[in-house]
Design a protein around this ligand. Structure first.
Ligand SMILES: Cc1cc2nc3c(=O)[nH]c(=O)nc-3n(C[C@H](O)[C@H](O)[C@H](O)COP(=O)(O)OP(=O)(O)OC[C@H]3O[C@@H](n4cnc5c(N)ncnc54)[C@H](O)[C@@H]3O)c2cc1C
Length: 379
């Protein structure tokens, strides 16, 4: 069975590392980078230049999977082909698509042109370089950083930036950055329950971050954003750096006449994570619109991408052995949001569907533990 796994993110890499060399299974993992990116730690790379990548090749030892480095241009499910940027056409019997998501700028005027994103190591490096420049004594531009979107990514980023500017301004004797967190919704971190959210909000206020909830980002230029509060006049804020973390959508390089897509362009999959109209195609991770028990869309998180990848790896082995595939049963083991340095808030799942809420150092340890678990699962 000639199998292609597209993307070595949380989903694709989890699938590949669950495989074992088997005579009837020939697997190639196609990925644009020779490394896996710990996307959940990109905010640390952006603020502190932390190493957040791992070479893929050694992780595939003992799996029988070959790595092909290529940028995928198009996937055509009707022709059963994958075309790379270099013009190469790959064919498959079975396909696993885990190419992740891209930033959704929601067509806000000027935003795509003027805002940085935080989706790749290059994005993180670009932000890191700007922070360094903005802390030079001869820097003359605005030291305002505007981060749009107060979900997980936005909140984790502003808290790391706050810690970084504190350190650099003390060390170099220059003014600190003024950090604005702009959110159209009424609260930050809507995924968290009220108590934890309040605790996170207090930490942000302690850092001196300007929290503008209920403010819609209307427009961006090279050096400003315009925000519209729920009530009152729109206002323009000067910006040295604009970073948009306010939305994602699935990659749009998969074509198929019968393909069904849901919100944020996610591809509809069945209980075994296969595309109903193309049963030889699995879609996993941020690209997939998988459903939980009550028919609710599974969140786009690394935790769920990893679960889907591991299941799909095992299901590929079952396919080769002619066994029935196991369905996907999503489970949330907890959720932790880092708030800079050794601070975090979150909850972990206890038996009988109970949740244990935590904040401070212990939550930070739990957040780190989930990352170590991920590393251990692919090594
Ligand atoms: C800053 C930040 C913080 C986050 N924090 C958390 C968190 O704390 N907890 C959590 O659960 N989730 C978090 N997330 C979300 C999480 O990272 C994603 O849900 C997860 O990465 C999705 O996994 P995936 O495998 O679908 O995609 P990805 O991990 O994005 O992997 C996609 C892979 O496909 C490759 N690829 C893409 N396009 C192409 C192409 N055209 N050709 C070849 N290769 C390609 C990419 O290089 C990448 O390796 C965070 C995200 C960000 C950005």
């Amino acid at each position: 069975m000639k199998t292609l796994i597209l993307g070595a993110g949380y989903a694709g890499l989890a699938a590949a590392t669950k495989l074992k060399p088997t005579s009837d299974l020939e697997v190639v993992l196609v990925e644009q980078n020779p490394y896996h990116t710990f996307e959940t730690r990109l905010h640390e790379a952006a603020a502190h230049n932390t190493q957040v990548t791992l070479p893929i090749e050694p992780l595939l030892r003992g799996t029988g999977v070959d790595l092909k480095l290529a940028r995928i241009q198009e996937v055509d499910l009707d022709k059963q082909t994958v075309t790379t940027k270099d013009g190469e056409t790959l064919s498959y019997d079975t396909l696993v698509i885990g190419l992740g998501s891209v930033t959704n700028f929601y067509r806000i005027p000027g935003l795509a042109e003027n805002a940085s994103e935080l989706k790749s190591i290059e994005d993180a490096e670009e932000i890191f370089d700007w922070i360094n420049r903005a802390h030079q004594a001869d820097y003359t531009g605005s030291r305002n950083v505007i981060v749009g979107g107060a979900g997980l990514t936005g909140v984790e980023l502003v808290t790391e930036l706050a810690q970084r500017t504190e350190l650099l301004s003390r060390r170099r004797g220059v003014p600190k950055l003024e950090i604005y967190l702009v959110e159209a919704g009424p609260k930050i971190l809507p995924v968290l329950e009220e108590g934890l959210r309040k605790s996170a909000e207090k930490t942000l206020e302690g850092y001196g971050i300007h929290i503008l909830v209920g403010h819609r980002l209307m427009k961006a230029t090279e050096n400003s954003v315009t925000v519209q509060p729920a009530e009152g006049e729109a206002r323009e804020i000067e910006a040295g750096k604009i970073i948009w973390t306010g939305g994602i959508q699935a990659q749009d390089i998969v074509k198929g006449e019968k393909l069904q897509r849901g919100p944020a362009n996610r591809i509809v999959v069945d209980a075994t994570l296969r595309v109903p109209e193309y049963p030889n195609v699995f879609v996993i991770g941020d690209m997939a619109l998988a459903q939980g028990k009550e028919g609710k869309p599974v969140p786009t998180t690394a935790q769920h991408a990893g679960q889907q990848g591991r299941l799909t790896g095992k299901n590929l082995m079952r396919l080769v052995r002619g066994e029935a595939l196991q369905p996907y049963e999503p489970s949330s083991l907890g959720e932790f949001v880092s708030l800079g340095g050794l601070m975090a808030v979150g909850w972990m799942k206890l038996p009988w569907n109970q949740k244990l809420a935590m904040s401070g150092g212990l939550a930070h340890v739990m957040k780190r533990a989930s990352e170590w678990r991920w590393r251990a699962s692919i090594q």
